[in-house]
Design a protein around this ligand. Structure first.
Ligand SMILES: [Zn+2]
Length: 187
C-alpha cells in the first residue's frame, strides 16, 4: 500500500483504540509524541524499501534504503513478520527511554502509539496481492482474502478510490462523534 494509505489507516487505528480505552490525564507532550510515533510506526515496516519516506528525512537517505533493502533481501521480509514486530517493540522501548524524559512524556503511551501504527501497516499490507510473511524466516505468505487474485494491487484504483476514502471518512466520523471524549483525555 502507499505511504498515504498507511498513514491514514494508522491514524484511524490510533483514534479507534483511544476511543475504546479512553486513557486519561494525557499530557499534551505525550499526545504530540504519540501522534508522531504513530506516523513513524506506519512507515517503519517499509524501512527496507528505498522509496520509504523516512529516508527523505535523512541526509543521503536513499543510499541507506538501498543498503537495508539488500540486507533484508526482498521487500516485505522480517519487517512484516511477528519476529520483526517483537524486535521493533524492544528497540522502540530502548530508544524512547533514552530519547524522552518520562516525567513529561508517557513512554508506554508513545510506544503503544508507534506499535499501533506498525501493526496497522502489516495488517493493511495483508489485503494486498503480495501478502505478508508473518512467520518469516518461513517463506509462507498470508493475506486476506486468502485467494491471492481477490486481493488488491498496491496504488491502484481500489486502494485510491475505495480504501483510502473509506479510511478518511471513518476517521473524520470517529473524531466528530467522539470529540468530547477525546478532549477529555487531556490532563
Ligand atoms: Zn509494507
Amino acid at each position: 500500500m502507499t505511504f498515504k494509505t498507511h498513514q491514514t489507516i494508522a491514524f484511524a487505528a490510533l483514534v479507534t483504540v483511544a476511543v475504546i480505552y479512553c486513557p486519561s490525564d494525557l499530557k499534551p507532550a505525550t499526545i504530540g509524541v504519540s501522534l508522531v510515533s504513530n506516523a513513524v510506526g506506519a512507515l517503519l515496516p517499509d524501512i527496507d524499501q528505498a522509496s520509504n519516506r523516512l529516508w527523505d528525512w535523512l541526509p543521503g537517505g536513499n543510499i541507506w534504503g538501498k543498503i537495508l533493502k539488500n540486507m533484508f533481501g526482498s521487500h516485505r521480509s522480517i519487517t512484516h513478520s511477528i519476529l520483526g514486530l517483537i524486535l521493533i517493540y524492544m528497540m522502540v522501548g530502548w530508544v524512547f527511554s533514552r530519547l524522552f524524559n518520562p516525567e513529561y512524556i508517557d513512554l508506554i503511551m508513545a510506544t503503544r502509539a508507534l506499535m499501533i501504527g506498525y501493526i496497522s501497516h502489516i495488517l493493511a499490507d495483508g489485503l494486498t496481492e503480495d501478502g505478508i510473511p508473518l512467520l518469516w524466516p518461513i517463506k509462507l505468505r498470508f493475506g486476506f482474502p486468502p485467494i491471492r487474485s481477490w486481493r488488491i494491487k498496491t496504488g491502484r484504483w481500489f486502494e485510491k478510490w475505495i480504501i483510502l476514502p473509506i479510511a478518511v471518512l471513518y476517521t473524520i466520523g470517529l473524531l466528530a462523534f467522539n470529540w468530547k471524549i477525546l478532549m477529555g483525555m487531556i490532563g
